[in-house]
Each structure stands twice: as structure tokens, then as C-alpha cells.
Write a protein of this length. Structure first.
Length: 435
């Protein structure tokens, strides 16, 4: 480990990338603490201290913003609008022929899709920023705080417009930070910003569990939290590394007097082919009913039922609905992102075949069959990872930041970043044949 760290900082190119990435991260964290104009910062802090950090129906957005949402800062929305825009466009690629054609054009088409993602990000930032300002003005952001309704003292149109524009500009700045890290830094920029946002809130969330528990002065709950976290990290690392390798053999071709091809490779199919997207989809969808019930504010039976059954992470109805949604979205996302017909066509066009399987439609059916068998354990794994920490730690009154989603994202992004750094170290250590 120490030897690897030495190679990282002794390699000039990699050292520059790391320093650049750390600089962007510092700017991102500074922006997450700059208050939004028109907001009474002291009253915001009073309300934040009166509730559990990260709690409530906006916990997912607050988690991805590194706690900036409840602080109502410039970067309150974080990177979530860009993630939502990217996922929406990825889903629309299957439906809209124009987007599907752009995807097949290669890097130029992907650049156009990325540009569409930026435009959609700005639109979503305006909508979500307006919703956040309206929620803060009405006091619904902190329903249990007495001073919540006076967080925004000036309710004029000009102040509201300035707040929405500032939030939108902050979201665009975060999106720019992520693209800079991807281009000039280490790892994927968007994933890195999510990693930093979640990691920055974990120490305080874990310590809050110790303070909120009364058993053994909180140390028992603290130890259980660490134990569950370590077990989950080990499970995530084990499963994320697991894959089914489909062998592909390429036939030899004679071009002139030379033989080409004849090589063997494989198609890696991960157990968790969908990544963390199904968990995000399921979490976002389950936040909608409590949000509607909260803004409705009525004493109707449906509103009371939703409030009682879908606002606690360890409630049986919430657990069952969450698990089923994760499994459904896992199959749904894999089905729209993995095109077995296209992969089979590419293999056939390159003169390859899966041993024992006919090229063409039979190969596509085989890939679909294998992927479906892998998606079942992968989706169940995602559901358990998302629910076990929430249910286990919910008995200790822990905050919503100690969820399987946060553990899954941190471990997954960490593994990918370490792989990229390791590959770059290996490239710089290559000495060639003449040495």
C-alpha cells in the first residue's frame, strides 16, 4: 500500500491529476457552505440542529449534496440534477430514434447527447430550485422547527428570482466541476463529487448514532454501526468484483499471405450490471407519496396512511415496497442498457462466435438468458444492500445518511478510482523491450 502511494506521488502526470482533483474538491466543498442570498442563515442553523441531519423526505437529495440542501447553500442541489438528466436521456435513447442514431455515431454523437444532458440539467435545476425555495418559504423544509416559516424573511418576487437563479448557477458550476475532473483529473468527475458528498457526511452521521442511543452510553450502537458497515463494505466489494465471462472466439482470416484473427476474448457480464441506478430510482419514487401528503396537509385517510407507513425506513410496508421497486428497476435498467441483439451483431460482423452457440440470433438469446440469470441475484443483492443497514440502524434512530445507498456508492466509486490509478501506475512503470 505504501509502495503504491509512493508511485502515485512520484509520477509527475498522476501527481498533477491528483492535485487538480483535490483542488476541485476543495472548491466544491467551499461552495457547499456558502449561504444562499435571501436566507436567514442563523435560523437555518437553528432548524438544522433541531432535526436529525439528513432526515425527512428530502434525505436523498441532501445526501447527494453533502448536506448542502438542508443548509440551503449555493450548491444545495448538488450533482443530482445532472444525474437525473443523464439517466432520462439514457432511457430516451431506447425510445427516440434520433438519440439512438446519435449513440451509434460514436464520440461525436455522444458529445451531442452530453450537450443535451447539460441543457436538461439546467431545466431540472430551475424546477428543483423553485421547489426548494417554495418549500423553504412555506416552512415545510423543517416541519418540526418553529422558525421554519421565517427562514426566508423577504418573500418578494425579486428575491425569489435571485435565489432560483443562484441555485441554478450553482448546479451548473457543480456540473462543470465534474466535467473538469473527468477531463483533467482522476476518475469520473460526477462519481467523484457524489463520493465526496456522501463521505463528508458519514463521520457526523455515525457519531450522531452514538449520541442518540441510550444503551451503554451509545457505544453499543456505535459498535454495531461500524460492524454492519464493515460487513456491507466486504459484501459490496465481493459482489461488485464478480462477473460471468462469456468466451468469444474469432476465426482466422487470410489477407494476402498473412493470417489475421484467431484470438480469443470474453464478454464480462457483472452480477450487478445495473449499478446503483435501481436504488436511486426506487428511493426517488418512494419519496413522492410522502412529499404529496406533506404538501397536501389534509387530514384525509390516504394522507395519514402514507405518513404513517412510508416515512420510516424500517416500516414493513416501506421495506416491501422498496425491495420490490429495486428488483423491478434492476431488470428494467439492464433491459434498456444491454442490447443483446446489437452485441451479437457486432460479434458476427467481426467474425466471432461464442463456442457452442450459433452466431446471430442464437447468440443474442444466449446472452439474454445468461444476463437474466445474473440479474436475479444482482437485484436481490441490491435490495438487501439498500434495506439491511436502514432497517438495522433504524432501531437506533440513525439518520438517513447511513443507508445501503451511501455504502454502495462509496465502495463502487472507490473501487473504480483505485483501478484507474493502478492502471496509470502500471503504464508509467512500463520500461519497454530495450531495457
Amino acid at each position: 500500500m505504501l509502495n503504491a502511494l509512493t508511485h502515485v506521488f512520484t509520477t509527475p502526470d498522476l501527481r498533477k491529476k491528483l492535485i487538480f482533483t483535490l483542488g476541485i474538491i476543495v472548491l466544491y466543498r467551499l461552495g457547499a457552505h456558502v449561504p444562499l442570498p435571501g436566507v436567514d442563515y442563523e435560523k437555518v442553523q437553528t432548524c438544522v440542529d433541531s432535526v436529525s441531519e439528513g432526515g425527512g423526505i428530502l434525505g436523498l437529495v441532501n445526501l447527494f449534496s453533502g448536506g448542502a440542501l438542508l443548509q440551503i447553500t449555493v450548491f444545495a442541489l448538488g450533482i443530482l440534477p445532472y444525474i437525473t438528466a443523464s439517466i432520462i436521456l439514457q432511457l430516451l435513447t431506447v425510445v427516440i430514434p434520433r438519440l439512438e442514431a446519435l449513440k451509434k455515431e460514436g464520440s461525436s454523437g455522444q458529445a451531442k447527447i452530453t450537450q443535451y444532458s447539460r441543457y436538461l440539467t439546467v431545466v431540472l435545476a430551475v424546477l428543483q430550485g423553485t421547489g426548494l425555495v417554495a418549500t423553504a418559504r412555506s416552512g415545510a423544509l423543517f416541519p418540526s422547527c418553529r422558525e421554519a416559516s421565517s427562514i426566508v424573511p423577504d418573500a418578494s418576487v425579486f428575491v425569489t428570482l435571485v435565489m432560483v437563479v443562484t441555485i441554478t448557477a450553482g448546479t451548473a458550476c457543480v456540473m462543470w466541476f465534474g466535467e473538469l475532473i473527468t477531463e483533467h483529473g482522476v476518475g469520473n468527475g460526477m462519481s467523484m463529487l457524489i463520493f465526496i458528498s456522501i463521505a463528508s457526511t458519514l463521520p457526523g452521521a455515525i457519531w450522531a448514532v452514538k449520541q442518540e442511543s441510550t444503551i451503554a452510553d451509545g457505544w453499543l450502537a456505535f459498535g454495531i454501526v461500524l460492524l454492519v458497515g464493515l460487513v456491507m463494505v466486504g459484501l459490496v466489494v465481493f459482489v461488485e468484483q464478480g462477473q460471468r465471462r462469456i468466451p468469444v472466439q474469432y476465426a482466422k482470416r487470410m489477407i494476402g499471405r498473412k493470417a489475421y484473427g484467431g484470438t480469443a476474448t470474453y464478454i464480462p457480464l457483472k452480477i450487478n450490471q445495473a449499478g446503483v441506478v435501481p436504488v436511486i430510482f426506487a428511493s426517488s419514487l418512494l419519496y413522492i407519496p410522502p412529499l404529496v401528503a406533506q404538501f397536501a396537509g389534509s387530514g384525509a385517510g390516504w394522507s395519514t396512511w402514507i405518513t404513517n407507513n412510508f416515512t420510516k425506513g424500517n416500516h414493513p410496508y416501506y421495506v416491501v415496497a422498496y425491495f420490490l421497486l429495486v428488483v423491478f428497476f434492476a431488470f428494467f435498467y439492464v433491459a434498456i442498457t444491454f442490447n443483446a441483439e446489437e452485441i451479437s451483431g457486432n460479434i458476427k460482423q467481426a467474425g466471432g462466435f461464442v463456442p457452442g452457440i450459433r452466431a446471430g440470433r442464437a447468440t443474442a438469446q444466449y446472452l439474454g438468458y445468461v444476463l437474466n440469470r445474473l440479474t436475479w441475484p444482482g437485484s436481490i443483492y441490491l435490495g438487501l444492500i439498500a434495506l439491511v443497514p436502514t432497517v438495522a440502524l433504524g432501531n437506533f434512530g440513525s439518520s438517513n445518511q447511513l443507508t445501503g445507498t451511501s455504502i454502495l456508492i462509496i465502495v463502487s466509486v472507490g473501487l473504480e478510482t483505485v483501478k484507474q490509478i493502478s492502471s496509470q501506475i502500471e503504464q508509467h512503470r512500463y520500461e519497454g523491450f530495450l531495457h
